[in-house]
Design a protein around this ligand. Sequence first.
Ligand SMILES: *Cc1c(COP(=O)(O)O)cnc(C)c1O
Length: 466
Amino acid sequence: MDVQRELRRLPSVDRLLQEPLIVERIQTSGRELVVDVVRAVLEETRHSILAGQPCPDTEALVHSIVQSLDKALRPTLRRVINATGVIIHTNLGRSPLSEAARRAMWEAGIGYSNLEYDLEQGRRGSRYYHAEALLCRLTGAQAALVVNNNAGAVLLVLSALARDKEVIISRSQLIEIGGGFRIPEVMAQSGARLVEVGTTNRTRLSDYERAITEHTALIMRAHRSNFRIIGFTAEPSLAELVELGDRYRIPVVDDLGSGTLLDTAPFGLEHEPMVQESVRAGAALVTFSGDKLLGGPQAGIIVGRRDLVEQLRHFPLTRALRVDKITLAGLQATLLHYLKGEALHAIPTWRMIARSPEELRAAAERWAEALRAAGLPAEVTVGQSAVGGGSLPGETLPTWCVALTVSSPDALARRLRAHEPPVIALIQEDQLRLDPRTVLPDEEDTLLQALIEAFHDAQHASEVQP
Ligand SMILES: *Cc1c(COP(=O)(O)O)cnc(C)c1O
């Protein structure tokens, strides 16, 4: 092929900008972006010609330009349907929000608010005032502070209260949670010196006591998150640590990770440590996430002693971890559900935990029937949902899934991810499976439609002969 001749056939930028479809896009998508994309597509085509490809015709070039424009204008952060059965799925945005929380966040975004304005006095107020009273009432704590997320809350507590001092923690709690958050590294970042005591499986109160020096600033306890130690194990209780701390005037900080305000035991799960229990046991500060079992927006919540919270409030790092008005609005609305005793049915995370096996089986049967009617090889099978979010490691909730037996479940899963909206499914025992537990009621029809389309497309591409 004559490369030079092919290159000469390539239209100019100006020539492409006169194409009717492109003229239309200049009106709707903005001239600057369109010109950028035209240039980029021409550049790419030039490379492919140099690599020996023929020059595409103008129609094909216009088609690529329009596709690139659509891609550039589509937000990368999109809603997806979670059919994995993992309720607090960190990769999928953790907790879906209640209707009241969504409404409050929408309202906070529309206009101005009294975020840092005292309406009674007509002067400057504090954003930290908003969720505090609610958090105190719900947890029994004297004071509360909300920051950007729980990793930030832990970093703040250690930086403000233990910089250049020592923090005692059991070796059994030196964990890494998802995303590379390692307790020892956060401690190093804060400038606190880590003093490890005990062993991986057993730590005694006397191990803590022997490690106390004049440099000790805090005793810390951290939830092991998505990790579990079983067998020959022992650790002092929080109350015992507090009693030891009181004797030496050392505050005990409890990082609960997820934390919860409701008991998980009635749902056949283990008892996840509750925030109220830590406060009652005398922890000086308790930290937990807003978007794990609390079921609200991303936030880091610190509750505890008034004097310590006051110290945190005035520490410079607090400004860098500042929570925004939309989060505060959503958090308040979420907390109000607990106050009104309606959390179990108002907060999606808890509604999903509370769904009964019978209800899930009925949903799975309904889906399987609709799918079989469209020619899909669907059946119903037992499964296990997970709470996720670093809470209740290894604990599962019995569920019923729809299972599709196809030759390539991976290919089908890929097509479902490419659907709009994307659907995230499970692959287990060489089957593609969907757990109804985490699918919201208004997503059902879209999900079934997506499956039917993906299956038929895969069939045409000979990917899924059952
Ligand atoms: C999840 C978790 C964190 C971090 O919380 P984020 O809100 O994700 O920042 C910290 N500590 C523990 C024990 C956790 O489980």
